[in-house]
Design a protein around this ligand. Structure first.
Ligand SMILES: CC1(C)O[C@H]2[C@@H](O1)[C@@]1(COC(C)(C)O1)O[C@@H]2CNc1nc2cc3nc(N)[nH]c(=O)c3cc2[nH]1
Ligand SMILES: [Zn+2]
Length: 372
């Protein structure tokens, strides 16, 4: 079955919306946060634990899985869902961003991108057609077109040429993605920080009629207010009846601000990455567990969280695990951070239902310690 989006409700106070994405592997309630499982695993978490915290969909990466273990091997294993024992939806990023941010010595041409692997320096070439072939082998439910995420900052002429090539690549991806049942290909809007170029990219890609669209080229080091401004300008050009995905975001404030500006889907390595460094996102802001002040703090990580970690372990114990380099510390902190963001999205969905999203934002920001 082809992926469809059901618009349930538009928020009266903002651009936020409540929706459902219907896929062959189940329904995804939006707005949604997607835990990142770059190399076919959401680091330290089992699929059962991900289900326990109500993960509806996870993200994996074409670039990484192509380099290791190889998409042909994953295909032989029965596809990515079978390989990693995850039977819910998977979205794969196309490798465009990773090639530019991780690969080395990359050479870009109309044909595609030549780059050296960040693993062993071996030379590789990925074209739009190859990116589709890899994602088809992986069997992800949502595939992304092969695009160029323009660097930040970048001059207008570069961004314009880059977005026009990304549109040509998107067409090639669409042509290569024929008759692939149960795998939907999303377009990615580029245009850097230039409003008129964002409009041009959106209009060109809408002509290709993808079942969903992402906003790319953001969360690349630009100030948050600039990201919000570009979003504000871009989402109105995106179809109302299709999912809108903001790539690489993120932090609690950006998730709320993104939803308010009409975004339905988010992904970011942030919650799991900072967890492994010992930082927790809690209802009252960040907690850096290795801080000495937690040495004899026998209370839970977050008094308002009912996750497994917060119900069963103290800050003192978590601090001990991190000081002792115990793997359990990474697992418990990752569990909490993912639970925290997934619960935030659930509370945002509820606030949209009850037309109180802006009040929710204000209360959350005050408690978390953000500037209101
Ligand atoms: C690469 C890694 C680990 O993911 C984080 C983090 O580093 C980093 C690197 O620069 C900072 C901001 C410091 O954070 O930004 C990543 C999260 N931002 C992001 N992910 C994206 C993925 C994308 N994929 C595609 N196909 N196209 C895009 O335009 C695109 C844009 C994106 N923006
Ligand atoms: Zn918790």
């Amino acid at each position: 079955m082809a992926l469809t989006y059901e618009l349930i409700k538009e928020c009266k106070q903002s651009g936020a919306r409540l929706g459902k994405i219907h896929t062959a592997r189940g329904v995804i309630e939006t707005p949604i946060f997607m835990p990142v499982g770059t190399q076919a695993t959401v680091k330290t978490m089992t699929p059962e634990e991900l289900k326990d915290i109500k993960s509806q969909i996870i993200l994996s990466n074409t670039y990484h899985l192509y380099l290791r273990p190889g998409h042909e091997l994953v295909k032989k294993a029965g596809g990515l869902h079978r390989f990693m024992n995850w039977d819910k939806p998977i979205l794969t990023d196309s490798g465009g961003f990773q090639v530019f941010s991780l690969g080395d010595l990359r050479k870009i041409s109309e044909e595609g991108v030549e780059f050296r692997s960040h693993l062993d320096g071996s030379k590789h070439f990925i074209s739009p057609e190859k990116a589709v072939e890899i994602q088809n082998a992986l069997g992800s439910d949502i595939m992304m077109v092969f695009d160029e995420c323009a660097p930040y900052p970048a001059d207008r002429e570069y961004v314009k040429n880059s977005l026009e090539r990304t549109t040509r690549w998107a067409k090639r991806c669409k042509d290569a993605h024929k008759n692939i049942e149960n795998q939907s290909l999303f377009g990615i809007i580029q245009g850097g920080m230039y409003g008129d170029l964002r409009k041009q990219s959106a209009e060109e890609l809408l002509e290709l009629d993808f079942p969903g669209y992402a906003v790319g080229g953001l969360s690349v080091g630009e100030p948050k207010p600039l990201m919000y401004e570009v979003l504000e300008y871009t989402t109105p050009f995106m179809p109302k009846n299709k999912p809108r995905y903001l790539m690489g975001v993120g932090s609690p404030d950006c998730l709320i601000e993104g939803v308010i500006r009409g975004i339905d889907m988010f992904d970011c390595v942030l919650p799991t990455r900072i967890a492994r460094n010992g930082t927790a996102m809690t209802s009252h802001g960040k907690v850096v567990i290795k801080n000495a002040k937690h040495t004899e703090d026998f209370t839970g990580l977050d008094p308002e969280c009912d996750c497994y970690t917060c119900k069963n372990y103290s800050k003192a114990y978590l601090r001990h695990l991190f000081k002792a380099n115990e793997v359990l510390g990474l697992r418990l902190m990752s569990h909490h951070n993912l639970y925290f963001l997934l619960k935030l999205m659930e509370e945002i969905r509820q606030a949209i239902k009850e037309d109180r999203l802006l009040d929710y934002r204000k209360n959350f920001f005050v408690k978390y310690g953000y500037d209101v």
